[in-house]
Design a protein around this ligand. Structure first.
Ligand code: ADP
Ligand code: ADP
Ligand code: MG
Length: 747
């Protein structure tokens, strides 16, 4: 084991400026490599690569492409014309309107763009066309190099049933289940009986956790099966289903593999992706905590066998499910692409996997042997999403009024993002804002960095999961590495319910509010001292007069605890200006009153240094107006608070038409049902005027990888139901209402 200093130096070399040189040397070192290149009849070097994706992953791929001195071509839909990935590219080509199926999923338009731009290769990123065998083939047929696996391997692995058969014959352990062609519902039910409940229903062509259903007992089977079929047909175009034994306390552990075109396959250690919501990962880490090196070796070997069974080359991930009760691992699926969470692997092996992808696609052999694959320290990734945590993690949309990812990123703290302040997270694409990746010499050292970086990651303007990620990272069981896929469900009381710490949370909010009031006054004073908005009048330019005038001010803040969604609390603060420029603040709370003596030093932008009763902290502030409120976010110490101040008059955010003013929501008559998220209506299950029972499904909404059933809140008659399948609805728009049923009413 190298010393920690040596480790750090090694990392700096791998991630610093020398890394490309170092890797280039690594890549051409072995004699077999040179011989292999000879055999491969010296492929022409690639000079221009088109990245067939958007957002964070497009930006991340282009970073490496640029570093290799290769030109980058971006593609964009009308919704993305001005976005970061377009601005980061050397060239950009429009490929169609906003909906993904008309742009990022249109293989023909992308190939056409590549040919027009004169690119020699296409990197598909992840999502979109990355796992389309047809697209990979179309690239090759058009004389373009597809930076990814062979089309045949994508096809074999794209079908979870077929891949299970191949894996079974290659000796890779499988979860007990049924993955045959017969799909008759009664037959499937009898197969489910044989496997034994609980079982998991999965679309064979699925991804992103979509369409999966857990079935606890035989009487729920038919409904779940039909629902999964419908969702699979709509999402993946294939309604084939497989059944698996549902493992009740599993871990999701996956192995990064890499193959070259000469039959060599390596594994680059494993990642644990157990912390999930809606079967989707939110925190990943490498290596997996609490596993033995024996287990690691076996898992790695199984992954390599899986890849070899389909003659794999380029980057891929073999996912396993590990039964924590027995310690047994089973093959789950293989993802034939670069994975969202690949940076945690890059961190622990000190390599750039996108560079490897490009070199391998270009016919270069893998640069190292299995025994040379390093495992350095520990890395975490937290996926930062625009989403509504208290509403069951529903995807959110809106404007990034304030966006400041962790300051001072280094080789140990990396932020992969595809957005900038002022950008809109729209309902057309994935709501991921950024990936925060940290590295440490040990798991605990990395975790310290993760917590610190999360607390400094500033986003305001739309709901995010950052506070929630912070709670996860700070949870004792997560600290112990006791992860499993039901972690969030299992610890929901700790993660969602703040009532046990109500008093503490409330006092922290009061403290935050006092800092906000002080910073706002300080900002206002310096603004007017500097001449304000051009009104250089005596009134504003004369500080003493101003100070006297404002000798006392009262602030009313609504505090929203965005974690528990229980509504807001009113905080009333009175601030008294002191002669020395400091402030005395009193806060009337519920039954108690707190006082603070505050001194503010404004720094650049929206940053301040604030001293309270002799202790000074760094403070970041963000304000914006939306609907009828002024929103104020404050980051202080390791805390973040969100307050609202009522504005005098209605104010509408015209850059954010998807958000209906909140007063409208509040004024809805009883029984009104509004869209819980922006999305597409995929099915309408009731008719206007129809009589329904409480809880009866009325329509099905879909947004990025999830289906949401909107149900009748009470028994009665459906009223005003006008939406139709295929229609996009904005967040909080009125869908229908339920009126009381009177027998004389017609159905
Ligand atoms: P992983 O197993 O790596 O989480 P998923 O199967 O969840 O991968 O999906 C891969 C990723 O592809 C998603 O996390 C998402 O970010 C991206 N993705 C999938 N579909 C789309 C889309 N329509 N628009 C943008 N990104 C998408
Ligand atoms: P997807 O293609 O949607 O990623 P996967 O087959 O990889 O589908 O499964 C996604 C997630 O569902 C896994 O990470 C795991 O949490 C859970 N899961 C999958 N199979 C099982 C199973 N047999 N038992 C319990 N949980 C499972
Ligand atoms: Mg998966």
């Amino acid at each position: 084991m190298p010393s920690s200093m040596a480790l750090l130096i090694l990392r700096r070399n791998l991630h610093g400026r020398t890394s490309s040189l170092l890797q280039a040397r690594v890549f051409s070192r072995s004699p077999e490599a040179a011989a292999a290149r000879q055999r491969a009849s010296e492929p022409k070097p690639v000079e221009k690569i088109l990245v067939a994706n958007r957002g964070e992953i497009a930006c991340r791929i282009m970073r490496t492409v640029r570093r290799l001195g290769i030109r980058t071509v971006a593609v964009y839909s009308d919704a993305d014309a001005g976005s970061l990935h377009v601005r980061s590219a050397d060239e950009a080509v429009r490929i169609g309107p906003a909906p993904a199926r008309l742009s990022y999923l249109s293989g023909a338009s992308i190939i056409d763009a590549a040919l027009r731009a004169g690119a020699q290769a296409i990197h598909p990123g992840y999502g979109f066309l990355s796992e389309s065998a047809e697209f990979a083939q179309l690239c090759e047929e058009s004389g373009l190099t597809f930076i990814g696996p062979p089309a045949s391997a994508i096809r074999d692995m794209g079908d979870k049933s077929a891949s299970k058969k191949i894996m079974g014959s290659a000796g890779v352990p499988l979860v007990p289940g049924y993955h045959g062609d017969e799909q008759d519902v009664d037959f499937m039910r009898s197969e489910a009986e044989k496997i034994g409940y609980p079982i998991l229903i999965k679309p064979t062509h699925g991804g992103g956790g979509k369409g999966m259903r857990i079935v606890q007992s035989a009487n729920e089977f038919v409904e779940s099966f039909l629902g999964a079929q419908r969702e699979a047909a709509a999402s993946f175009g294939v309604d084939k289903i497989l059944l698996e034994k549902y493992i009740t306390r599993p871990r999701h552990i996956e192995v990064q593999i890499f193959g070259d075109k000469y039959g060599k396959v390596l594994h680059l250690n494993e990642r644990d992706c157990s912390v999930q919501r809606r079967h989707q990962k939110i925190i990943e880490e490498a290596p997996a905590p609490n596993v033995t090196s024996d287990f690691r070796t076996h898992l790695g070997q199984a992954a390599v066998s899986a890849a070899k069974a389909v003659k794999y080359h380029n980057a891929g991930t073999v996912e396993f499910i590990v039964d924590t009760a027995s310690g047994q691992f089973y093959f789950m699926e293989m993802n034939t692409r670069l994975q969202v969470e690949h940076p945690v692997t890059e961190m622990i092996v000190g390599q750039d996997l996108v560079e490897w992808q490009i070199r391998v696609a270009n016919g270069e052999p893998l640069p190292i042997d299995q025994s040379e694959v390093p495992l350095l320290g520990h890395a975490f990734e937290a996926r930062i999403y625009a989403e509504n945590v208290p509403k069951g993690f529903l995807p959110a949309t809106g404007v990034l009024h304030h966006y400041r990812p962790v300051p001072g990123t280094s080789s140990a703290v990396r932020v992969d993002t595809g957005v900038e302040e002022g950008d809109t997270v729209s309902m057309h694409y994935d709501p991921m804002i950024a990936k925060l990746v940290v590295w440490g010499e040990s798991r605990s050292a990395a975790l310290v960095k993760l917590k610190d970086s999360l607390s400094k990651f500033q986003v305001a303007g739309l709901p995010t999961n950052i506070n929630f990620l912070g709670k996860l990272a700070n949870h004792w069981a997560f600290e112990d590495g006791n992860v499993e896929t039901h972690f969030i469900e299992h610890f929901k009381d700790d993660l969602f319910d703040d009532s046990r710490h109500e008093k503490e949370a409330y006092e922290e909010a009061i403290y935050g509010a006092a800092l906000v009031a002080a910073c706002m006054c300080s900002k206002e004073n310096s603004y007017f001292r500097e001449g304000g908005n051009g009104l250089n009048s005596i009134w504003h330019a004369n500080p003493p007069f101003r100070v006297n005038h404002c000798a006392e001010r009262v602030f009313e803040f609504q505090w929203d605890n965005d974690n528990d969604g229980t509504g807001s609390k009113l905080l009333v603060l009175s601030l008294i200006y002191q002669a020395d420029g400091q402030y005395d603040i009193e806060v009337e709370g519920e039954g108690n009153s707190l006082g603070f003596h505050v001194k503010v030093t404004p720094l650049v932008n929206r940053d301040f240094r604030v001293e309270v009763d002799g202790v000074s902290v760094q403070v970041g502030l963000a304000t914006y107006e939306k609907d009828l409120d002024k929103h104020i976010h404050i980051w202080h110490g390791s805390k973040h608070h969100h307050f609202r101040q009522k504005l005098g008059q209605p104010l509408f955010d015209d850059d954010d038409s998807q958000h209906k003013p909140s007063f409208e929501m509040a004024s809805h008559p009883q029984g009104t049902v509004v869209a819980p998220m922006a999305g597409l209506v995929v099915k309408v299950l009731a008719k206007d005027g129809m009589r329904v029972e409480e809880g009866q499904p009325i329509l099905v909404l879909e947004a990025m990888k999830m289906e949401h059933v909107v149900k009748a809140p009470s028994a009665g008659c459906v009223h005003g139901l006008a939406v139709t399948a295929g229609q996009q609805v904005p967040d909080s728009s009125v869908l229908f209402s339920i009126k009381e049923y009177y027998p004389e009413q017609k159905e």
